[in-house]
Design a protein around this ligand. Structure first.
Ligand code: PMV
Length: 332
């Protein structure tokens, strides 16, 4: 008998970034990372499981307008490898059919692999009849090779420790601190260097070792900022961390450049906003698009200022979210 499950998992924005891996295949990081789970940027994935002898899985991508197409070869291969892990975890044989849809452009540094592999893992686990605690789901999501997916299994503020045996854990629930994230989309085309390749190159940067030395203090600061709900503490750490990720990326061998002219314009606009009294701070993952983090009272100001920039193609008004959920409607 076929069983079907659908999960929606949000993306997340890293306050402390996972960049560079001790073991890239299994996504074992050099250091802990911390993120805020979002609510508007999500992936919805339906998985149907048929316990049949034939094991050829099918993967369909549903675009923003609802059109369906078979997944590209590389993405399909990553999905199928993750489905193999789920089959192994459940000790079963059978065939999966997957349909997946993003609420935002994929591959542009908005962590579509985090939401994508979290949603896939949750839906496939349910479809295959596994009832697993969040820790196990987090570590299964991570084994997809997308480390940030380990964090998207949980809501609110999340830390993923660096030890391979540990899954992500929640530092604070979404209700603890209502932070907003105005995402300035300046580029909708997929980035030239995928994150996996960026991780591979990171340790070749002469600044990577320096980054490892600076991180323990920054991690401490970010944990404290979250506990105390202090944007004064969080903001500067957030910007430093984002610039450092890109410093390492740009100085890797070969280098990975993610910024576009619009990125620089938005970063400049955020500095100007702060000079005018608006408490907003910028960060960006491995891509050109900028996340501007602020308290609710500054959201409209940030939105107005960023909307003026010709380089900004669209704004996504996001914020801290509660984490993934199962749905009763399916994409298949
Ligand atoms: O999880 P991956 O392999 O897609 O890498 C994520 C990399 C960053 O988004 C730049 C940082 C992070 O911690 O999310």
């Amino acid at each position: 008998m076929t069983s079907v499950a659908t999960a929606t998992a949000p993306s997340n924005i890293a306050f402390i970034k996972y960049w560079g891996a001790r073991d890239l295949e299994r996504a074992v990081p050099f250091h802990p990372s911390i993120s805020m789970t979002l609510r508007r940027c999500w992936t919805m994935t339906t998985v149907a499981f048929e316990p049949v002898a034939e094991q050829r899985d099918e993967v369909v991508v549903v675009d923003e307008g609802g059109a369906r197409r078979p997944a590209g070869a590389e993405f399909r291969a990553r999905v199928c490898r993750q489905l193999d892990r789920l089959r192994e975890e459940a000790g079963t044989r059978g065939r999966f059919i997957v349909a997946t849809r993003n609420s935002f452009p994929a591959g542009t540094g908005l962590a579509s692999s985090a939401s994508g592999f979290a949603a896939l893992t949750l839906a496939a686990a349910k479809a295959v009849g596994l009832e697993l605690p969040p820790e196990r789901l987090s570590s299964l999501a991570r084994s997809s090779g997308s480390g940030s997916a380990a964090r998207s299994v949980l809501g609110g503020y999340v830390e993923w420790p660096a030890r391979p045996d540990l899954s992500a854990r929640q530092l604070a629930a979404a209700s603890h601190w209502d932070l907003r994230d105005v995402i300035a989309v300046v580029e909708e085309d997929p980035k030239a260097v995928p994150s996996l390749e960026g991780h591979r190159r990171a340790p070749t940067s002469p600044y990577f070792e320096t980054r490892l030395r600076l991180l323990p203090e920054r991690l401490r600061l970010v944990r404290e900022a979250i506990a105390r709900r202090s944007l004064d503490l969080l903001g500067p750490a957030l910007e430093e961390e984002a610039i450092e990720l890109h410093l390492v990326a740009m100085s890797s061998r070969p280098p990975a450049f993610y910024w576009k002219p619009g990125t620089v314009r938005v970063l400049e606009a955020v500095r100007t906003m702060r000079e005018d009294g608006c408490e907003a701070w910028a960060t960006l993952d491995a891509g050109a698009n900028v996340h501007v983090v602020c308290a609710p009272r500054w959201e409209a100001w940030v939105q107005r200022e960023l909307a003026r920039l010709p380089e900004v193609r669209r704004l996504i008004l996001d914020g801290v979210g509660e984490g993934p959920r199962y749905e009763s409607e399916h994409l298949l």
